[in-house]
Ligand binder design. Sequence first.
Ligand code: NDP
Length: 262
Amino acid sequence: MVRKMEMLKACNILVTGSNRGLGLELVKQLAEKNSHAEKIFATCRDPEGPGAQDLRNLAAKHQQIKIIRLDTSEPSSINAAAAKVTEHLKGNGLNLLINNAGIVKMTTLESETLESMSEVYKTNVIGPLLVSQALMLLLKKAAQQSPQKEMSCSKAAIVNMSSEAGSITNVLAWHLGQIISYRCSKAALNMLTKCQSLGFAEDGILCITLHPGWVQTDMGHNLGLPPLTIEQSVQEILKTLAHLSESNNGTFVNEEGKIIPW
Ligand code: NDP
């Protein structure tokens, strides 16, 4: 079924890990198709480096895009980024936080180590927690300033980029790779999202955890040949975000908005 393209009406948006892959395409489509976007904070760990050239080219074409340094595994960089975002917003709130940055290690039950379990947990779980904490005042402000009563991604929301690989029921693509630390980290990210949805419901902040599909990014190619292009995945994700409401708070959905079992 072809879904209607409904517009996300979030004015101020922040995306982590936006120099390549899904993060870069999210920023691109938000800038090109979401006429409501006033400021898109495209964050990445090395804005001046060669890995951010595509993002810099994109930002040169769209003045709403502000590139800000943010390494999700470094608390001082998270706090510095939050201070810059606050300054840019000049008293306005942040409507939508997309915790997209993530890493995978091609490990097995035999090869997994303390170091790789810790690094993946730090980036994929602690990162989104600390980024959400650092931006919480701005998200609450957006919820308070919004004329909308209902929860939505246009009002105030945290979207945590998860994976069906972390679904304990589905254990997606086990035959293609065990990736133990990655699966455990995404299961933990799902629990974090559920906790955030309970903790921030009375502030009017919608919290969801989202599987983007199996997508043709650097990460997606680690397990074989993914069926979805980056453009297709992000198109579907943005349609889904535009439709989410209070009834979706604290759920685990795929790029088409369908519920995934925990
Ligand atoms: P990519 O590997 O293509 O890109 C990952 C992005 O995360 C890069 O921009 C990378 O930056 C950034 N990143 C990694 N660590 C950090 C950090 N410490 N601080 C800031 N940024 C960081 O991955 P995808 O685009 O495919 O994945 C995006 C999200 O979607 C991830 O959370 C992933 O788990 C999830 N996902 C992806 C699927 C897929 O099929 N592609 C399937 C299911 C989930 P840098 O260039 O500096 O390394």
